[in-house]
Write a protein that binds this ligand. Structure first.
Ligand SMILES: [Zn+2]
Length: 460
């Protein structure tokens, strides 16, 4: 029997035990944002390290950081073959509101072909997919067909605050030919999808100040500028009638969507009506000339995320408010830079501010967008591997959100980064009742195994 068939058979034979092992790991409440769980995050790292030590790794280490520890594992027995660096994280989101969980978040339960619990898919389940693919080679063939390094950090859910330092300090340890990040969702059930683009972020807070205290609107109204009126006017100036962002230079560095990718996006099984229903909004809206998927994946946007000022209580109170403020975020696409966009937005807001108010703008945070070099052969190889497991052509998708560490890892390593995620679009990551599709988990292990096998055919 060919070696790869042995690996696939091993995965099928051991699927129940694999799930039991994942359950044991999910039981550890590794909530990185809560200092009360710091010991649990450490326990989670140790649990993973122990598991990896049993899988033939030449080296397994727990790497301390200024915050929570990361786990590193290394398999280097495939001489002359490429090295793949796999990234995941073992910390999880907080669980509140706890009352909305059908079964307790850290007592994983199986129902409806799913495993329910915090971290089952984001991201312990996805790290486990790789661990079990590794095991399936080690326990059948004896070793992996490629060299593999696994870095599993403990601070992804709190912004990967020490990842830069970790990548810098361990640059030699992490040297690789390709990077694979498994922390995203597929486009739909059973549809193998590689994410090839992520949007970035630029976030500012705008403060508009007028009188030093709220004034009587009868005595002062019409004679001093009202900060809430001024703020509304400024916000209204941020888009034109066609839904485009009206900030000068905003689109200067945007990489236009190519015809081939537009066609590819249009061919995806996207049901806009049911998508719209899921939002509850009465109609779609956005930049003229682009579809909904294009608007959310490949075009930059600007949104007012919050607004405050003036009297918010019940009934009427007649005042000229002293101040007003708004939080404004821009989702960025390649090659926009967060600082450049924050500067252009700041200039725009200062320019349109009416006389009679003081304007202050603070930059809150930013993230750089990512676009994969899809003409690199490793993307074709990954498509083939994913398709072998799922029996369907693999599609390229993008993601409208930001995953800063992808850009961090891509920049630090200079290598192509595969975003091979095994989540489902409605799996409740970060929400109550997070779940993992167990059939998909099994296909994920097979996909990872095929990925290693296919990469072995490439030159390092
Ligand atoms: Zn995650």
């Amino acid at each position: 029997m060919p070696a790869m068939q042995n690996v696939i058979d091993f995965i099928d034979t051991h699927r129940r035990r694999f799930v039991d092992e994942l359950v044991a790991w999910v039981r550890i409440p590794s909530v990185s944002s809560d200092p009360a769980h710091a010991q649990d995050v450490r326990r989670s790292a140790e649990h993973l390290a122990t598991e990896l030590r049993g899988l033939g790794a030449g080296r397994v280490e727990i790497w301390p950081t200024a915050g929570h520890p990361a786990v590193f594992g290394e398999w280097r027995q495939a001489h002359g073959k490429p090295t793949l660096l796999v990234y995941g994280h073992h910390d999880v989101q907080p669980v509140d509101p706890l009352g909305e969980w059908i079964s307790p978040p850290f007592e994983p339960a199986q129902r409806e072909g799913r495993l329910w619990g915090r971290g089952v898919v984001d991201d312990k389940g996805q790290v486990h997919i790789h661990a079990k693919a590794i095991e399936s080679f080690v326990k059948t063939v004896g070793k992996l067909p490629i060299n593999l390094k696994l870095i599993v950090e403990g601070e992804e859910e709190i912004g990967s605050v020490n990842l830069d330092a970790l990548l810098h300090d361990h640059a030699a340890d992490l040297a690789s030919d390709f990077v694979c990040v498994s922390d995203t969702a597929m486009f739909g059930r059973g549809l193998p999808s590689l994410c090839v683009g992520l949007r970035g972020l630029s976030y500012v807070e705008l403060f508009v100040e007028g009188p030093s205290l709220d004034l009587h609107s009868g005595s002062f109204g019409g004679a001093v500028m009202n900060p809430v009126n001024a703020l509304a006017k400024m916000i209204a100036s941020l888009h034109d009638e066609g839904g485009r962002v009206a900030v000068a230079g905003f689109y200067d560095d945007v990489v236009a969507l190519g015809d081939a990718e537009r066609k590819q996006i249009a061919s995806l099984p996207f049901d806009e009506q049911s998508w719209l229903r899921s939002t509850g909004a009465p109609a779609t809206w956005g930049e003229e000339g682009y579809s909904t998927l294009e608007r959310t994946w490949a075009r930059p946007t600007l949104d007012c995320c919050g607004i405050g000022g003036g009297f918010q209580g019940e009934g009427a109170k007649t005042i000229i408010p002293a101040r007003a403020s708004a939080k404004i975020s821009c989702r960025l696409v390649p090659n926009q830079e967060p600082n450049d966009i924050a500067r252009k937005l700041t200039e725009h807001l200062r320019r349109v501010a009416p006389p009679g108010v003081r304007v202050r703008i603070e930059t809150l945070h930013g993230a750089r967008p990512y676009l994969a070099p899809t003409d690199h052969p490793v993307y074709g190889v990954a498509q083939r591997a994913f398709s072998k497991a799922f029996g369907k052509p693999t599609v390229f998708i993008r993601e409208g959100g930001s995953i800063p560490f992808v850009r961090t890892i891509a920049d630090a390593t200079g290598k192509p980064c595969l975003l091979m995620g095994f989540g489902q679009p409605d799996e409740n990551a970060h929400a109550p009742n997070e779940w993992l599709d167990l059939d998909n988990y099994l296909l994920g292990i097979k996909s990872a195994a095929y990925l290693y096998d296919e990469i072995a055919t490439m030159a390092p």
